[in-house]
Design a protein around this ligand. Sequence first.
Ligand code: F0G
Length: 462
Amino acid sequence: MPYRFRTIIEPFRIHSVEPLRFLTEDERRQKIREAGYNLFRLHADDVLIDLLTDSGTGAMSRDQWAAIQHGDESYAGSPSWYTFLEAVQELFPFPHVMPTHQGRAAEKILFGAIGGPGKVVPNNTHFDTTRANVEFTGAEAVDLVIPEGREPQTLHPFKGNMDLVALERLLAGRAADVPVVFVTITNNSGGGQPVSLENLRGVRALCDRFGVPLFLDACRFAENAWFIKLREPGQADRAIPDIVREIAGLADGMTMSAKKDPLGNIGGWLAMRDDVLAERCRSLLILTEGFVTYGGLAGRDLEAIAQGLRECVDEHYLRYRIRSTEYLAEALDHAGVPIVKPAGGHAVYLDARALLSHVPPLEYPGQALAVALYEAGGLRGVEIGTVMFGRHPDGTERPASMDLVRLAIPRRTYTQSHVDYVIEVVTAVAERASELRGYRILDEPPQLRHFTARFEPLGAGR
Ligand code: F0G
């Protein structure tokens, strides 16, 4: 149905509110210094607008809270499990579905079963936990997104697409070493950019040719499907669940974080067609997550996810969701702030390398910008760049392909005036970007260093 009015409203009204705590700029400077200039180490009460992640931070609906009351906590064969299974298979009709406590648990189990030294896993872009789980087994993780996906300013309707030529080259040389090809929808680390159906069909054809299974990292499948409906020729009249089922039909399995599109505060799953692989994964599931009908989740969580899955494919919701992200991106773009274009589904990515061109990548321009946004306005975004991806398993450090700051939009949580405030803060910080200094790392763990590393600002005058 064509939309008659220009303003796209939040398709809900507010039923229960959470107060925000206001600090002064001086108080925030103190807090971030105490946190070793790492935004992950802050007390969340000290953050005004928390755009750290869209993961598990969405507001649940009345119907999800009601579903929680139906949670049945039977150890085996809970009715909540069957409700969950039905909701998952309605969209992703894989015969084997294993609930996990979140997405990375599904990754750990899958790569534990099929990874290992000498193996190589291609993906459009591995998310950080996915890469870490691949590398933890001794396998190699390679990112094969199309070249446009690495260029923040280049417009392309499906910047998350896999580079089919590069994938073909890899498979032609090493298919026997490739246990699985992964496609991440939407491509989070590359800017929340979608993958087209046409590209997925191309990946499928290559996987068929070389006899390699195709799995989806499908955290933001509904947002990806909405982009397909909007942007891909011939898709405009299709229902979102129908597009999702076609995507699922092209794959052999999936890992999933239910903390994103399915509007859960926790949860995930691993699903697949292969009976033999499923048996191996189930054994690992029981070792680390739980029995096969709850896998690390309470019955009430399974119920909340099942209801969330029905809500996240609603077109009024998706129109509002994608428009609110685009609204933030448009305003920042008009203000001259360099961002990844076009806007992604769940987040706006500030191009810190462009904005802080005086800060070299190994002095972490993304970190510098993220800290400045917190100090100035209490915003918490996350660096997605050299801090997150610069350290390699062999101990070397190299600049990541981009230095971004992600402002992720929690689902149904903030209103348009919150977003207007964000626009004002980012614009003000961007205006004095040339004054911002880089950082150095004081201490860091060997893996996933961005979560816990401590930083020190480099002195003025460098
Ligand atoms: N894959 C992608 C594409 C993700 O974005 C995430 C999580 C995961 C896998 C892992 O799922 O957190 O449930 O274990 N992304 C969050 C983020 C953390 O902030 O982007 P998880």
